[in-house]
Design a protein around this ligand. Structure first.
Ligand code: 5RP
Length: 226
């Protein structure tokens, strides 16, 4: 289903485009499908959202550029951990949320590719990743907890680990995963969390995604933001 959605996304790719390359297993399907078109002669430039997507795209022969070389790009195709009916997202399960958000917000169009498991009635089934600076982690975590208490949300915070050590993002930060349950006001939560000194970014993507392509056993369904 993820691969079917990735292949459908190729329909939005035009010669000469600069294309943001997302991170994760679904985005990898897109990078692979795009590389086949490149081998057939399609001329595009890729803008990776992580070291992992950069390595894969380079290995598959996609020519890359970055947001130091240009401020705006045409299209980003990325996966998600969740999306709701307003095409609001929770992303960052793979830890690339900061670079993914920078690239998506620099794109004329953001397309999310997903399978049906990613569609939710209310955001919050998936723990919300919050990327924080490594300086003062305990103090920042306490402020994050205060935001949840203020919103009367019962959240459980966990510092993301890899091999027993704190996971470090490509930007050199830590991630706190916040298990919340249904989030009543995602935008308000996002604004409050991002106002904390030490919070670098949240995994809430609001007003960024234009189209979701969702692979289903009956074909790929398209959702557009109104
Ligand atoms: C990485 C992400 C991914 O897009 C998200 O975790 C979905 O991954 P997958 O396609 O492997 O299910 O946000 O930071």
């Amino acid at each position: 289903m993820k691969k079917a959605a990735a292949i459908e996304a190729l329909k939005f790719v035009k010669p000469g485009m600069k294309i943001g390359l997302g991170t994760g297993s679904t985005a990898n399907h897109f990078i692979e499908a795009l590389s086949v078109k490149v081998k057939e002669g399609l001329n595009i430039l890729g803008v990776p959202t992580s070291r992992a997507s950069k390595d894969l795209a380079e290995k598959l022969g996609i020519t890359l550029t970055n947001l130091d070389a240009q401020a705006r790009i045409d299209l980003t195709v990325d996966g998600t951990d969740e999306f709701d009916s307003e095409l609001r997202l929770i992303k960052g399960g793979g830890g690339a949320l900061l670079f993914e958000k920078i690239v998506a917000s620099s794109s004329r169009t953001m397309i999310v590719i997903a399978d049906e498991s990613k569609k939710v009635k209310k955001l919050g089934k998936f723990p919300l990743p919050v990327e924080i600076n490594r300086f003062g982690t305990t103090a920042t975590a306490a402020k994050i907890e205060r935001v949840f208490a203020h919103l009367k949300l019962d959240a459980k915070l966990v510092l993301r680990l890899r091999d027993g050590k704190p996971f470090v993002t490509d930007g050199g930060h830590f991630i706190i995963d916040c298990t919340i349950g249904a989030i009543p006001e995602p935008q308000k939560l996002d604004v409050l969390l991002r106002s904390i000194p030490g919070v670098v970014e949240t995994g809430l993507f609001i007003g960024l995604c234009n189209i979701v392509l969702m692979g289903t056993p009956k074909g790929v369904k398209e959702f557009k933001r109104g």
